[in-house]
Design a protein around this ligand. Structure first.
Ligand SMILES: Cc1ncc(COP(=O)(O)O)c(C=O)c1O
Length: 368
């Protein structure tokens, strides 16, 4: 019988950490009478741009929309090729195909991120951009990737849905390329209380274009210059995000504290612990370990009362929706091995020492 029940994530804990501030922010919006594209969105955009050291931030409705509109703003469309990690969440790839472009998958390195050593082989005369995903909260080898981008004169888009605050050599992810794309889905390190996302950029033309695209293609009410969409960040989420952003560094430290305990205290030869690249500040969006008997391990943890998740069980090239791309099992063996072996342990803001102790103890006791 399990002593404790450990959820994979408990979102109300992080809400309770700063509940009074969130309540104040929510009431401020509710009482303002302005719910879409008002002062709160402007304030958050300024605040997030400042936090990232970027010139512009444009709030949108989700992380997926941030990516879709980023590629649209860069003019990437039918027939263009975009290099994307094979080991990523489906949204990274959907953003490419939504624009009619072709995803060119490249295998991951030992850090689970796009392997920069394999990118050049994937470049053709149709390649327009590289989409880097800083997976699990760890920056990819972005300097090397930027060198390749510059050498071949490509666009660089960064998917930072999992990497708020993660740095490479002291520089924040999202600021290396043409556009950084963020999700503020509630489970993310900077999570809203509903769907939302944003792009950051130093390029004013791109920022202006995304600003128009997110609002039906309009700058001036009822004047539609381009065919846009409705993908606006709402006032309520913006106000809540502004409050949370003030605490992002404490929230990140809390995640790192839990990760450090796992790294130090989990000792089980059947489990491979995550490794961090030199010069990278990992923000541990997810704590992903690897293990050959992953399914047995997951079952065992569940019997102990510990819930885990798999990020991700089916790689995009094998997803049902991409059958038309013609890939099969064995095409990206490293990615497929990860899909079979990775498992994410519970790690969330507000996790207690007792809960961490319990996870460590259970993992260490797992034996054949
Ligand atoms: C790597 C990655 N890219 C993009 C997204 C899409 O973000 P959203 O769920 O806000 O659309 C997510 C989040 O789910 C993600 O993990």
């Amino acid at each position: 019988m399990s002593r404790l029940k450990i959820e994979f994530n408990v979102l109300d804990r992080q809400y309770r950490m700063y509940a009074d501030e969130y309540k104040q922010a929510a009431i401020r919006v509710l009482e303002s009478g302005q719910y879409i594209l008002g002062q709160e969105v402007e304030n958050f955009e300024l605040k997030y741009a400042k936090y990232t050291g970027s010139k512009y931030c444009v709030g949108v409705n989700s992380g997926l929309d941030a990516l879709v509109l980023a590629f649209r703003a860069l003019g990437i469309n039918k027939g263009d090729e975009v290099i994307v990690p094979a080991n990523t969440y489906i949204a990274s790839v959907l953003a490419i195909t939504e624009n009619g472009a072709i995803p060119i998958f490249v295998e991951p390195d030992e850090y689970h991120n796009l392997d920069d050593r394999k990118i050049e082989d994937a470049i053709t005369n149709r390649t327009k951009a590289i989409l880097v995903v800083h997976l699990y909260g760890q920056a990819a080898n972005i300097r090397k990737i930027k060198e390749i981008v510059d050498k071949y004169n490509l666009f660089l888009v960064e998917d930072c849905a999992q990497s708020h605050g993660s740095k490479f050599d002291g520089q924040l992810t999202g600021t290396f390329g043409d556009i950084g794309c963020f999700s503020f889905f509630p489970t993310k390190n900077l999570g809203a209380f509903g769907d939302s996302g944003a792009i950051i950029t130093d390029n004013q033309a791109i920022a202006d274009l995304v600003r128009m695209l997110r609002n039906y293609g309009s700058k001036v009410k009822y004047q539609y210059e381009i065919e846009g969409v409705n993908s606006r960040l709402d006032e309520l989420q913006a106000a809540l995000l502004s409050s949370k952003l003030s605490h992002l560094s404490e929230l990140t430290q809390d995640r790192v504290r839990i990760a450090m305990r796992y790294l130090k205290e989990i000792k089980n030869t059947r489990i491979n612990m995550p490794i961090t690249r030199d010069m990278v500040d990992h923000v541990y969006h997810l704590f992903v370990v690897q293990c050959k008997e992953r399914d047995d391990f997951q079952k065992y943890l569940l019997e102990c009362g510990i819930k885990t998740q798999i990020h991700y069980p089916i790689p995009p090239h094998l997803a049902e929706c991409y059958r038309r791309l013609g890939f099969g099992m064995g095409d990206f063996p490293i990615t497929e091995k990860y899909a079979n072996e990775v498992i994410s342990l519970p790690l969330y803001n507000g996790m207690t020492d007792e809960e961490i102790d319990y996870v460590v103890e259970a993992v260490n006791k797992w034996s054949k």
